[in-house]
Design a protein around this ligand. Structure first.
Ligand code: ZN
Length: 603
């Protein structure tokens, strides 16, 4: 056997009603001392140990038609006993697929979806080999009209090769590629558009009334703008947006030539919709975010991810750049491609700023620390998260904003964060060389120096302090040269308890109790259910109105259930904190400011 002999996989939705995929993995020349197989513990892009192996229900090995003993070595590694030389070894297992998210696998009689890391074992020692995967249809009763949407390449020329959007054999250059193309099968809506000379596709699963023409037209502008930002040609031959539509949901995961999205039905555009609704802007922002990752994290990668170690945590302090910068550009691309007007963009940006200001965790954790601890904190948030964690997405986006504004203002608009992204692309994206933990600072220094002599070292140092420190960013001052006024006020005239209520069924249940707030001082805790304020019933919907009749400094008695015990708390109300930020473009500003603003938000 040549060392290039491919690893052959099959995957079949054998029992949609029981949510079971059956997978086989066959190797022509297993290791003589016994072949090991391992399933990833996490999926790139979602930085949490997920232990996909817990969904494997049954597992067997066979060779030459006879069973082979399999020993489990750890939570996600199996070793098959040695087989006679020249005999192919197959591992056959069933995977329970009932996770309606973009991260694992989901199967029922209406559709199937899977991410490679949750279903395909890696053959230890042979992850560099080419792979084929035979994607098989479900049982006949279910299969009518099912198609396949994936950016895996059909194994043209092989027996059983898939035709476009069909079941059959697909291929990948290696295991890393095999698991980076999610697959959808079912009766999805399919649409096409072109951007930057590249064919793009959209596949929408779930009941919906999406105006796909509108969606494709907006995505085309957005994608073309991003391709132009980094410079044509795009790094993909084709691109696929895979969307699962549900009543309420939100999520996305980036891949090298596609993205898997989970979206709320109401966020899709509908026929006759005029200006984009808030929900549609949210959806477009999500598409834009995942598409930007095609460059920033799928190809420009932290050195810590080259290669990924899928068996355990991969630590990097750089997610503020890979997720934060991506979060900055996701909405920015909407305005710069002309999909939304500048005032809509400033409203979205104001929301991001407010969201960061609302969490006291920003004063305790830097975005570098938040990146490093993503595995145990950002991805595993509990009721104390707002007090302990800063989002490397949201604050990372504000770091990007502050950097962009300084680069533009310092160079009179000649340089910007776009130049930083392009240089990252040239140095790291095209070559595949990972970005060192201090690599972004050096690139920023280089770009800043080109814009303004002597500014490079200063801006690099500023960035280092911003990502390793916990001070609020000086956004008001940085926005001023762009003719944008930063207004910060209380979100409500009513005094505050310093809590966030859980959404839902009318009960006033505390989701979060903010550090240093009145509720915490009085002894209230997350999980408590408020039932009365000064003897009058409290509901989630009515609490704000009750508080609005009081003043900061007044004392009220709150009754609340903690578990099943009724408790009473004396709370001194405080003024609502000033954490609602509005950004306003001033109409009469200096021509220099006008020019800077046009360069930043114009298209
Ligand atoms: Zn992201």
């Amino acid at each position: 056997m040549s060392s290039a002999s491919p690893v052959r996989y099959t995957i079949a939705p054998v029992h949609p009603e029981a949510h079971l995929f059956e997978v086989t993995c066959t190797l022509a020349d297993p290791a003589p001392e016994g072949q090991c197989f391992r399933l990833p513990a996490w999926i790139p892009g979602s930085y949490m140990i997920r232990e996909f192996a817990r969904n494997i229900v049954t597992l067997h090995a066979e060779a030459g038609g006879r069973p082979v003993a399999v020993e489990k070595l750890d939570k996600h590694t199996w070793r098959a006993a040695p087989v006679a030389p020249g005999t192919a070894l197959s591992l056959r297992y069933r995977v329970y697929a009932w996770d309606l998210s973009v991260r694992a696998a989901h199967l029922d009689a209406s559709h199937g979806f899977f991410n490679g890391p949750s279903v395909f074992v890696a053959v230890q020692g042979h992850t560099g080999r080419p792979c084929t995967v035979d994607i098989q249809p479900p049982p006949a009763a279910v299969a009518r009209e099912w198609k396949v949407a994936t950016t895996l390449a059909p194994a043209t020329g092989e027996p059983g090769a898939a035709s476009a959007m069909g079941f059959g054999v697909y291929r990948a250059q290696d295991y890393d590629e095999l698991i980076d193309h999610p697959v959808e099968m079912g009766r999805f809506t399919h649409a096409r558009f072109e951007a930057g000379g590249v064919p793009h596709e959209v596949a929408i699963t779930g009941r919906h009334d999406c105006d796909t023409e509108r969606l494709c037209a907006d995505l085309a502008r957005l994608c073309a703008w991003q391709i132009e930002l980094f410079g044509a040609p795009a790094p993909v031959e084709r691109y696929l947006f895979l969307a699962m539509v549900v009543g309420e949901g939100y999520g996305g995961l980036e891949h090298r030539a596609s993205t898997a999205l989970l979206a709320s039905r109401a966020d899709l555009p509908y026929r006759g919709m005029g200006a984009p609704s808030d929900g549609y802007k949210t959806f477009l922002g999500l598409c834009s975010h995942e598409y930007f990752h095609t460059w920033n994290v799928k190809r420009i990668k932290p050195a810590a991810f080259t290669p990924y170690d899928l068996a355990s945590e991969n630590y990097t302090r750089l997610l503020w750049a890979f997720e934060g910068f991506t979060s900055y550009y996701d909405d920015l691309a909407l305005v710069r491609s002309g999909v939304i007007p500048p005032e809509d963009y400033l409203a979205l940006l104001g929301k991001t700023v407010s969201g960061v200001l609302r969490g006291g965790g920003r004063l305790r954790q830097s975005v570098a620390e938040s990146s490093f601890d993503a595995w145990i904190k950002y991805y595993r948030q509990d009721e104390n998260a707002p007090n302990a964690i800063v989002s490397y997405y949201a604050k990372g986006a504000l770091v990007a904003l502050a950097l962009d504004l300084q680069l533009r203002a310092g160079s009179d608009g000649r340089m910007s964060l776009d130049d930083v992204m392009r240089l990252l692309w040239q140095r790291h994206g095209l070559s595949g060389t990972g970005v060192a933990e201090d690599g972004i600072f050096a690139i920023v220094e280089e770009v800043a120096e080109l814009g303004e002599r002597g500014a490079g070292a200063r801006l690099a140092r500023w960035l280092e302090e911003a990502v390793h420190g916990t001070d609020d960013l000086p956004l008001a001052r940085l926005l001023e040269p762009f003719g944008i006024e930063y207004r910060c006020e209380a979100a409500s005239q009513a005094p505050s308890l310093g809590v966030k209520l859980a959404g839902g069924n009318g009960e006033a249940k505390l989701a979060n109790v903010y550090d240093g707030g009145p509720a915490q001082a009085a002894g209230l805790s997350a999980g408590d259910v408020l039932v009365a304020l000064d003897g009058l019933r409290v509901t989630a919907a009515g609490l704000e109105a009750q508080l609005a009749r009081r003043k900061a400094g007044e004392r009220v008695t709150l009754h609340a259930f903690r578990r099943d015990e009724l408790m009473s708390f004396e709370v001194e109300l405080a003024a609502a904190p000033a954490d609602k930020v509005t950004l306003v473009a001033t109409s009469a500003c200096a021509p220099a400011a006008e020019r800077l603003r046009e360069g930043w938000l114009g298209h």
